[in-house]
Ligand binder design. Structure first.
Ligand code: GLY
Length: 394
């Protein structure tokens, strides 16, 4: 009797787990995921056009959308997402919205208070130029490059990142700043003025020299002495501690140096991107599904949040790095990340009324802010990876 009941229990369990598996497979089937993605894309169209309210993130607890003006470092991603969805779907309604949101960012071309010009102007107007020839967009990119160049310090050989914490830092340069160089390289291509190219190369060289550890990882913030031009301190602002490997910082480094190689074809930048990519994808704390914990050195791993945005930024970079190296492990990583993100564990459900696609990005530890939320740049690099994979395979 006991044996029979035991057998029935086991069979029952097997059946439940088999049902669960079937259900999960249905939910995650290719067709249902593609349909869900289309629903999520359409949520961006539902969001009200407002020049002062770019959608940045969504707090699931309060069910509120964080809205920011164009001066916020993330505004360009929102506009860029419309351009990228247009490139993926060929649906003109996304292009119309892309143009409208992009136009609101024009005034940032004169904003010299920030280094985030590339994120704001290139992710918006730069994507617009992939879709159409547009002299106005080109002029805006060149004007923005001129403004960004005013933050370059010849003695240090870098573009200043932040203006806050003046009592603590003389001249802070963060690894994220590598992502602004694409705007400068393109400005030189558009205008023929090599000043921007030279500043980009000098910034990359200074970062290459000072920002990396022997294991391939990068510090977040370097503070330079404005008189001697030498490094005063190597610290963090968003990582768990000064010597930790903040995941998104690593991802900016990999993406940034891959981009610099695209424009210069100088192998020292390629080797930098390779070393940091290898550190990232082979790290002992990298989960099997390819989505990193927010900081590789958080002592509470595995009980800490992941950062889908860092995974997506690297996935996008590694499609490009694969083209230069033919290293299959890079393409495998990009595809693995896309496969992980294209599941109901990461794609927001139909019910969430917010203009975002993916959950589980990690914002800013220093402010304890946007931790494990849908964030606009997670979507941006996910869409960019889809486009890059499509182009690679076409
Ligand atoms: N500063 C850009 C970031 O949070 O990654």
């Amino acid at each position: 009797m006991f044996r029979v009941s035991f057998l029935l229990i086991i069979l029952g369990f097997a059946c439940v787990s088999c049902k669960f598996k079937d259900k999960n497979q249905t939910v995650n089937s290719k067709e249902s995921i593609e349909a869900l993605l289309k629903v999520r894309y359409s949520k961006l169209l539902d969001y009200k056009l407002d020049s002062t309210a770019f959608a940045r993130s969504y707090n699931p607890k309060t069910k509120t959308i964080k809205k920011v003006p164009s001066k916020d470092w993330t505004s360009g991603f929102f506009a860029g997402n419309f351009w990228q969805i247009y490139m993926l779907t060929n649906n003109e309604v996304y292009k119309t919205k892309a143009k409208e949101w992009t136009a609101f960012i024009e005034k940032e071309k004169y904003n010299n208070k920030t280094h985030d010009m590339g994120f704001k102007v290139f992710c918006s107007f730069g994507n617009g130029l992939k879709v159409e020839n547009n002299k106005k967009y080109e002029d805006i990119i060149v004007e923005s490059a001129k403004t960004l160049s005013t933050r370059f310090n010849e003695k240090i050989g870098s573009i200043r990142s932040w203006d806050f914490n003046k009592e603590k830092w003389q001249f802070p340069v963060i690894i994220d700043n590598m992502m602004n160089l694409e705007l400068l390289f393109e400005a030189t291509k558009i205008s023929g003025d090599s000043t921007f190219y030279k500043i980009a190369v000098k910034h990359a060289n200074t970062t290459l020299k000072n920002h990396f550890r022997p294991d391939g990882s990068t510090w977040h913030v370097l503070d330079y002495d404005t008189i001697s031009g030498l490094v005063r301190a190597r610290v963090t602002h968003q990582g768990i501690d000064d010597n930790s490997a903040w995941a998104r910082g690593q991802s900016w480094a990999i993406n940034g140096f891959t981009t610099v190689y695209r424009y210069t074809k100088d192998e020292k930048y390629l080797n930098r991107a390779i070393a940091t990519a290898n550190y990232f994808i082979n790290h002992e704390n990298m989960p099997d599904d390819g989505i990193p914990y927010w900081d590789f050195d958080d002592p509470d791993i595995p009980n800490v949040f992941r950062d889908a945005s860092a995974g997506a930024i690297v996935a996008s970079a590694l499609v490009e790095l694969y083209k230069y190296t033919k290293n299959q492990s890079y393409l495998d990583y990009s595809k693995k990340v896309v496969n992980t993100l294209k599941t109901v564990d990461y794609i927001l459900s139909e019910e969430v009324e917010a203009p975002f696609i993916l959950d589980h990005s990690f914002g800013d530890w220093s402010k304890k802010h946007e931790m494990d939320e849908p964030i606009v740049y997670g979507d941006y690099y996910f869409l960019q990876t889809l486009l890059r994979l499509r182009d690679l395979e076409s």
